[in-house]
Design a protein around this ligand. Structure first.
Ligand code: ATP
Ligand code: PRP
Length: 208
């Protein structure tokens, strides 16, 4: 049995066609079902449905053999205890700094609101910028509007969310796509099954 951890929402939407190409279709409609373990059209594969930020944890501890997670989540979690063999190229976006439109660059210590605390800390340290990082769990765009922070670190895709809140993207921290991650012990113990699945994903991706 192979257990694959995925999050509902955009990663799942984008991953479904890829999984289907490998013969993996959930037996219950994930949009309607409240089940957290979904059996699939492949008897040897099941999906566990978890929060996006929890995927590396489930895979690291072997609660799932494989997982699909955004590079943003992997950078923040630290992926040294996982294998990351494949860039699935799905759920693409950019991790960026953003500030109110036209706001001058601040010299000296800045306040930054983000849910990517470690990644932001590293980024500003590498830039030689002193930053106080304020951890938020969502609605980061609000922080500069109400004086909580000078700027934010968040994901940008179309830029619509920034625009709607009078913010503009400033610096690109890194491009983001979702990656397939694999538990290290599973890679040894279930080598054949996992390599076969990896090959199927690779074939599908190379045909896109
Ligand atoms: P959680 O439920 O753990 O809080 P979340 O609400 O961030 O996670 P999603 O919004 O579904 O969950 O995002 C999952 C992943 O999709 C992110 O980690 C990122 O890699 C990618 N992503 C997030 N926002 C966008 C976007 N606007 N466009 C494209 N990809 C995105
Ligand atoms: C993500 C991200 C930004 C937005 C960017 O939020 O946190 O707010 O998408 O996308 P855009 O540039 O296309 O507007 P999401 O929609 O996932 O909401 P949530 O993180 O608050 O759940």
């Amino acid at each position: 049995m192979l257990t694959i951890a995925v999050s509902k929402g955009r990663i799942f939407e984008d991953a479904l066609p890829l999984l289907a190409e490998a013969g993996i279709k959930p037996l219950d409609d994930p949009k309607k079902s409240r089940k957290l373990i979904l059996n699939t059209t492949r008897e040897d594969v099941r999906l566990v449905i978890i929060r996006a930020t929890d995927v590396p944890t489930f895979v690291e501890y072997g609660a799932a053999d494989l997982g699909i997670a955004g590079k943003d989540v992997l950078l923040e979690h630290g992926a040294e205890n996982l294998y990351e063999p494949l860039d699935l190229g799905i759920a693409g976006c950019r991790l960026m700094t953003a500030a109110p439109v036209g706001a001058p660059d601040i010299s000296g210590r800045i306040r930054v609101a983000t849910k990517y605390v470690k990644t932001a800390q590293k980024y500003f340290a590498d830039q030689g910028i002193q930053a106080e990082i304020i951890k938020l769990y969502g609605s980061m765009e609000l922080a500069p509007l109400v004086g909580l922070a000078d700027c934010i670190v968040d994901l940008v895709d179309t830029g619509n969310t920034l625009k709607a809140n009078g913010l503009e993207a400033r610096d690109l921290i890194t491009n983001i796509t979702s990656r397939l991650v694999v538990n290290k012990a599973s890679m040894k113990m279930k080598h054949h099954a996992i390599q076969t699945l990896l090959g199927q994903f690779e074939n599908t991706l190379s045909e896109r």
